[in-house]
Design a protein around this ligand. Sequence first.
Ligand code: S3P
Length: 432
Amino acid sequence: MTEEQGVFIHPQRQINGDITVPGDKSISHRAALFGGMAKGNTHIMNFLPGQDCLSTLSCLKALGVNWERRESEVWIQGQGLENWTEPQDVLDVGNSGTTFRLMLGVLAGSPFASTFTGDESIRKRPMRRVTGPLLEMGVKVLGRQEGNFAPLTIQGGDLKGGVFKTPVASAQVKSAILLAGLRASGETWVIEPALSRDHTERMLRGFGVEVWSEGTQSRIIGGSKLTAQDVSVPGDISSAAFFLVLGSLMKKGELLIRKVGVNPTRTGILDVLLKMGADIQLENYAEICGEPRADLRVRPSELHGVEIQGEIIPRLIDEVPILAVAASLAKGETVIRDAAELRVKESDRISTVVEGLQALGADLEELPDGMRITGKTRLRGGRAKSHHDHRLAMSWTIAGLLSEEGVSLEGIEAAFVSFPSFLPLIEQVTHI
Ligand code: S3P
């Protein structure tokens, strides 16, 4: 779908349902990538068939990795990373920062050139945070603004390990360095200012690689090879977040969201919603393929404002747009700080969220590293734009359902990046 699509979201007062959300985006990317790097057959269950993860699959194909996909199941015939071949054309990562940054790390040790590009948003996203450490390890990089922006080419080669202190907590940066470290001489360490999501470390262990980590430090020893594994992907808590907020703020009803990933590096949204007074229960906790999952039961409640800052930020960074919707309908003030990273996401999510919610009648102001939201406002409704940002498209849909007059939304198709079944699921639980 390329045309901008307009939809009108009518207000709703009741929610009911027993649903599953699609597979976790971060884990799906890694399962495909690691399956392609390993020797042997990897079967991925509940793979997210969203555009971002499909970009990872198509880059793998361009690098000589064979796979087959049927809806949310993927079979990869891994030949080992040393058998990847030079791509015949530019690698298109679409809108996917994870594809881009993780691939840079993986290809750093491959003795050929790879050129990357993507959509308008990806070409504005900073890559020096990855290409900087990779340069130190021994790759050659040529890209716009001294290797900071796509289109960007790397020439891989012999790498040396080292100790890398990253200036921001970013799982994409940490993962790229660790993946390059797999083929570097000696040890490669990453030290982060706060702990980012740890799916790479967990899944690499599942694929038989020794990764040491403690707190904000992780280390990998060069030379380890991956062994193929079957991977079952839990539901994406970042997708479940839209339904958690909707279920909390509806007047009536109850929603059960099954098999949601509850890795502690991702559950900041649960901690914050519970602190705001939400009624959310965790049931049927289990750990599968190194990743915890649980069913989440949510019922309506009165929410109140909270302060969100410091080490929790990387644990909820993708949920800030929907949390801002929740905060505008919660009593009192919510302040979000230490979240300047939002400015370099799929859109500048500090300004797009503040302007977008103001246009719907909410009372909030922009801060350099976050926002201040004063609730509880009347969310009147009105016109909204996704700015080609999937999380905005879905946040404005939830805002429309919770508004007084509804929302006319431009660009809902952006949701396909991470949640292709979003609108049908919304229809299912609200019975529109
Ligand atoms: C991701 C890491 C986060 C997150 C993104 C997915 C990942 O980005 O925002 O949606 O899969 O590693 P950063 O690593 O830049 O924080």
